[in-house]
Design a binder for this molecule. Structure first.
Ligand SMILES: NC(=O)c1ccc[n+]([C@@H]2O[C@H](COP(=O)([O-])OP(=O)(O)OC[C@H]3O[C@@H](n4cnc5c(N)ncnc54)[C@H](OP(=O)(O)O)[C@@H]3O)[C@@H](O)[C@H]2O)c1
Length: 174
């Protein structure tokens, strides 16, 4: 299994404000849909609750310390495509098993946020897809710094006001 992250952030690394994304960028949403559809997506409980709905065509793995969450949260209990895990690494183990047994879920799993999950899972991540919004923004949640020692930019597409970038890990995961 390969772990990738997908994030939209401002130049000062802001990814969220008041449990929402502080911009509306349809091109980013389209890119997100194209890249993640069919794959397992892994997220923190707050990000799950910030989604407009359970996203079609994707199994959702939600990390929460609340062991009753799947039973008690209406959206989670109402979907057979939502699973919970007690911590981020347990979620990776669950997804790895699922990929092995299902035969039809691709090997690339996407960590989709938010700040807490990005921070904790960066050491397990091989690739980061970034939509970089060419602005400084204010917010309360940030994407961690990618050190130039460990990461190399392997792709860049420029658009009006934003770029799609890919970073790949240049050092092996220990
Ligand atoms: N720009 C982007 O690409 C992007 C993408 C996604 C999200 N966002 C933004 O990011 C913000 C949300 O991020 P966030 O950092 O506040 O929250 P988050 O990472 O989405 O979720 C945090 C929650 O995950 C659970 N969790 C995290 N680490 C855990 C651990 N080690 N063990 C057990 N549970 C754990 C906890 O849930 P419990 O409290 O239930 O225990 C915790 O409260 C929002 O503003 C959202 O819009 C932006």
């Amino acid at each position: 299994m390969n772990v990738s992250m997908i994030v939209a952030m401002s130049e000062n690394r802001v990814i969220g404000s008041n449990n929402a994304m502080p911009w509306y960028l349809p091109e980013d949403l389209k890119k997100f849909r194209e890249l993640t559809t069919g794959h397992a997506i892994l997220m923190g409980r707050k990000t799950f609750e910030s989604l407009p709905k359970v996203l079609p065509g994707r199994e959702h793995y939600v990390v929460t310390g609340n062991s009753d969450y799947k039973k008690t949260n209406e959206r989670a209990s109402g979907s057979e495509h939502v699973f919970t895990a007690p911590d981020p690494v347990a979620a990776l183990d669950l997804i790895a098993d699922r990929i092995t047994t299902s035969g039809d879920i691709p090997d690339e799993v996407f960590v989709i946020g938010g700040g807490e999950l990005f921070e904790q899972l960066l050491p397990y991540t091989e690739r980061v897809y970034v939509t970089l919004i060419r602005k400084e923004m204010s917010g309360d949640t940030f994407f961690p710094e990618l050190s130039l020692e460990d990461w190399v930019q392997t792709s860049s597409e420029g658009f009006d006001g934003f770029d799609f970038l890919i970073y790949d890990r240049s050092t092996s995961i220990c």
